[in-house]
Design a protein. Structure first.
Length: 130
């Protein structure tokens, strides 16, 4: 059984998490009800979580981050003062054109191109040009 001191630490950390989530909501001018509607949970679920009336669950944090459009990794890294690796840059329009050209001439498969152009759906298989 955990020591009383551990229980107090865990509760304090949960309250700190809740306070930070509430701060993000306030900065975005979003009410708790607006968050609940955005995620599609029942009335007062987040209200009870953010007011400390029900125990904070990890999934609540993730759901609220989603509603606030905050990346999970960025939230926790910021919360604990950790560095976050920047997201890989999307290929420029010129790079996209080059990749699609390589598919047309058969040097890249559509699946390979889709991995390079993550924001595009895989292209249909094309016959090789001779």
């Amino acid at each position: 059984m955990p020591a009383k001191n551990d229980e107090e630490r865990w509760k304090a950390e949960c309250l700190r998490l809740v306070a930070r989530l509430q701060q993000f909501a306030d900065e975005r001018h979003l009410s708790i009800r607006a968050l609940e509607k955005k995620i599609g949970v029942g009335d007062s679920v987040f209200n009870k979580v953010l007011k400390g009336k029900i125990t904070l669950q990890f999934r609540h944090v993730l759901m609220i981050c989603d509603a606030l459009e905050i990346g999970w990794k960025e939230f926790f890294a910021g919360f604990y003062g950790l560095d976050v690796e920047p997201a890989p840059a999307e290929p420029s329009e010129t790079e996209q054109e080059k990749i699609l050209f390589l598919v047309r001439i058969g040097l890249l498969t559509p699946k390979q191109a889709a991995k390079l152009l993550k924001n595009l759906p895989p292209a249909p298989e094309l016959p090789l040009q001779e």
